[in-house]
Design a protein around this ligand. Structure first.
Ligand SMILES: Nc1ncnc2c1ncn2[C@@H]1O[C@H](COP(=O)(O)OP(=O)(O)OP(=O)(O)O)[C@@H](O)[C@H]1O
Ligand SMILES: [Mg+2]
Length: 387
């Protein structure tokens, strides 16, 4: 029976593809796809290769810091170089951690320890025990690890979690075994705020990424479009408009690629043979919020629900947010938990809080969502359904 259903689904979908034929393979436009070539990033790729080259000769690599605005290829370059490095050397293995997801000292240390071969349980061990397990596994493991901490500023938001950098420093300074480190952030000035010992040991090399120009975006889009779209389904004129739009929004390649993907889907749904600027313009509204929404998919259920309440009824005081949440189907929430959630949403740039005076009843904070309403609500709904 199950097979029958699958067969039917398979036929249904392939018939649709034949009918509309906009995409050859839309996966080439997905944000986590790493292309074979990364145009305009030769310098960054060479700097990264220079940092990791020593590993091929069994020597210590240089730890590197990558910074620059959103959608400029930082993550793509790091993954690209590490993929090549692992192909080149069987003795190097990389671990990629996004600190929106691994956002505490313990979670990062546990992930590294497990990667190196320890069997650290998800809960219950003290930080020191995990750290020691990690060291022991490092001494025993049969490869050289390179750890990427992407969005590393998420770890540095709290002092307790920022101690992770001192843990890593201890490994670098006292262990004979090498471990490579890549720190990635949107915040170019982050390094200058680190203590000088951390700075000189964990960020020996810095690569700063600049935004893409409209011409560069056009070239990037054209290369990806050849792989993703059927012949003739994406006129050059449309690529130009997408590139210009993304350039206005700060030279963000993710925005540019995402608008093509969404425009392609809109064209497909409306049974068009090719993507037109009209489809693209419809896609822009949704896509403009994309770069703000990086952190959305890492939010917990309570955090999503609260953000939804704020987005629907903003601006709201913390008191009224609390009342609305308690009155909703989701049930009560401890006031302390509410404050933690609000502060997380604020730190992640999803809401803004400002102090307001409540007549003679003192001060409170009022929260508004920073992301355009409709799109945000749609995304939250779909994430809540999955959660
Ligand atoms: N030079 C390039 N050539 C082809 N694709 C690129 C290039 N630069 C970026 N991209 C693509 O653009 C998207 C965004 O890039 P990436 O995720 O590396 O950005 P980022 O700098 O890490 O941004 P953020 O700070 O928001 O995480 C990805 O899909 C990536 O493949
Ligand atoms: Mg990134």
């Amino acid at each position: 029976m199950a097979n029958g259903i699958h067969l039917f689904m398979g036929k249904l979908f392939s018939a649709q593809v034949r009918e509309h034929g906009i995409f050859l393979d839309e996966r080439f436009l997905y944000p986590d796809f790493i292309p074979e070539k990364l145009p305009f990033r030769d310098k960054a790729l060479k700097s990264l290769a220079y940092c990791f080259e020593p590993l091929l000769a069994g020597r210590k690599p240089l730890n590197v810091f990558l910074a620059g605005p959103t959608g400029v290829g930082k993550t793509a370059c790091a993954k690209y170089v590490l993929r090549e490095l692992q192909e080149e050397s069987g003795s190097v293995k990389s671990l990629y951690l996004n600190c929106f997801e691994y956002n505490s000292r313990v979670s990062v240390l546990s992930a590294i320890a497990n990667f190196l071969g320890s069997a650290v349980p998800r809960r219950g061990l003290a930080t020191d025990e995990i750290f020691n397990d990690m060291l022991e596994s490092l001494r025993k493991c049969g490869f050289t690890p390179v750890v990427v901490l992407d969005e590393v500023d998420q770890i540095l938001l709290s002092e307790a979690n920022a101690k992770l950098l001192y843990d890593l420093l201890r490994v670098m300074e006292y262990e004979k075994r090498h471990i490579g480190l890549v720190l990635i952030s949107n915040d170019v000035s982050l390094v200058s705020r680190l203590d000088s010992r951390i700075r000189s040991s964990l960020t020996e090399e810095a690569v700063i990424f600049e935004s893409y120009s409209p011409e560069q975006l056009k070239a990037i889009l054209s290369e990806r479009a050849v792989l993703a779209f059927a012949k003739g389904a994406l006129p050059a004129e449309v690529i130009g408009v997408a590139a210009a739009h993304a350039a206005r929004l700060g030279g963000d390649a993710r925005v540019a690629l995402e608008s093509l993907l969404k425009a392609g889907r809109i064209a497909e749904r409306s049974n068009s043979k090719a993507v037109g600027t009209v489809h693209l313009r419809q896609a822009f509204d949704d896509v403009d919020a994309v770069s703000m929404l990086k952190s959305l998919k890492y939010l917990e259920k309570d955090e999503l629900r609260l953000l939804k309440i704020i987005a629907e009824r903003q601006p709201m005081t913390s008191g009224s947010i609390y009342d609305s949440y308690s009155g909703s189907d989701s049930g009560a929430l401890k006031e302390r938990r509410l404050r933690t959630i609000l502060s997380t949403l604020e730190k992640r740039g999803l809401v803004a809080g400002k102090s307001v005076t409540l007549g003679n009843r003192g001060k409170t904070k009022e929260y508004s969502s920073l992301v355009p309403g409709n799109f945000l609500l749609k995304e939250i709904e779909s994430l809540l359904q999955k959660a």
